[in-house]
Design a protein around this ligand. Structure first.
Ligand code: CUA
Length: 291
């Protein structure tokens, strides 16, 4: 409002003077331009203008800068939920240090509570952007950026990496899933529990294939798998999507992904493992079990 008041006053003054000059010196007989008195240099007027403009700019700048600093942190920073956001080519790692929970591509949050996100990258520059919740913030190598925001309504909010980061930049999507406080606590509890070993034979075969082919890159808490390159799969079956928001999470899409990740996300670090159909089916049975 300070900016609006100052700018409106300046506009009215300058537009008014201009309008007056246009009217006062309009073309008419006996009032030609050649007759106007020309003026060169007026130190007093110039000094007054410089000082006046400086005072006006300070009037705008001082409250603006104070608000910028005040708005860089949530009002109740002690109570804010802290989450770590890590950008990877081409997916998002989300972790909740206070709960020991790590997930990928779907950030679950409670409604009505400020969130302080700590943003970093493990490869190139990415940009975290959930348009309905906050402005963009870049994830920059060797630097930690912070962004705070608050979701006031439960629901699903779509996001997208907003900084060109390689061939599958457009395929680096995310979702923010906002729950009521109680539902968020339930979600955290379910993420903290690990799935029991599967009972059916096909899923047990999947465990064997997983231990042989997948553990260098993926973690499943409660098992020997603790790879850090790809997404943590402890609760992969509880996610809405696969491959950073590209496919709805269904058994047939999981099979498509396992058969040839490159066909879905070009350049993905996950190679085509050349799995047999039986291996794909067994892995799908096992991963579906990781709720
Ligand atoms: Cu990550 Cu674009």
């Amino acid at each position: 409002m300070v900016t609006v008041v100052v700018c409106t006053a300046v506009f009215l003054l300058t537009a008014g003077l201009l309008g007056y000059a246009i009217w006062r010196y309009r073309a008419r007989p006996g009032n030609m331009v050649a007759k106007l008195r020309h003026m060169h240099g007026n130190p007093r007027l110039e000094a007054a203008l410089i000082i006046g403009v400086t005072l006006l700019l300070l009037t705008i700048a001082i409250p603006n800068i104070r608000v910028l600093f005040a708005a860089s942190e949530p009002p109740d920073v002690e109570n804010a939920l802290r989450v770590e956001v890590v950008g990877k080519q081409w997916w998002w790692k989300f972790s909740y240090p206070s709960f020991g929970v790590e997930t990928a591509n779907e950030l679950h949050l409670p409604v009505g509570r400020a969130v302080v996100a700590e943003l970093r990258t493990e490869d190139v520059i990415h940009s975290f952007w959930v348009p309905k919740l906050a402005g963009k913030m870049d994830l920059i190598p060797n630097k930690i950026n912070h962004l705070w925001f608050q979701a006031d309504k439960p629901g699903v909010y779509y996001g997208q990496c907003a900084e060109f980061c390689g061939s599958s930049h457009a395929n680096m999507r995310l979702r923010v899933i906002v729950h009521t406080e109680a539902a968020f606590e339930d979600w955290i509890k379910s993420q903290q529990t690990v799935a029991e070993a599967p009972a059916e034979a096909s899923a047990q075969e999947g465990v064997r294939v997983f231990q042989e082919r997948c553990t260098a890159c993926h973690t499943v808490a409660g098992t020997a798998a603790n790879g850090k390159i790809g997404p943590n799969l402890t609760h992969v079956a509880s996610r809405q999507t696969l491959a950073a928001g590209l496919l709805p999470n269904s058994p047939s899409n999981l099979q498509r992904w396992l058969q040839n990740p490159q066909a879905i996300k070009p350049g993905s670090l996950m190679p085509n493992l050349g799995l047999s159909e039986a291996e794909v089916n067994a892995l799908t049975a096992y991963l579906q079990h990781l709720k």
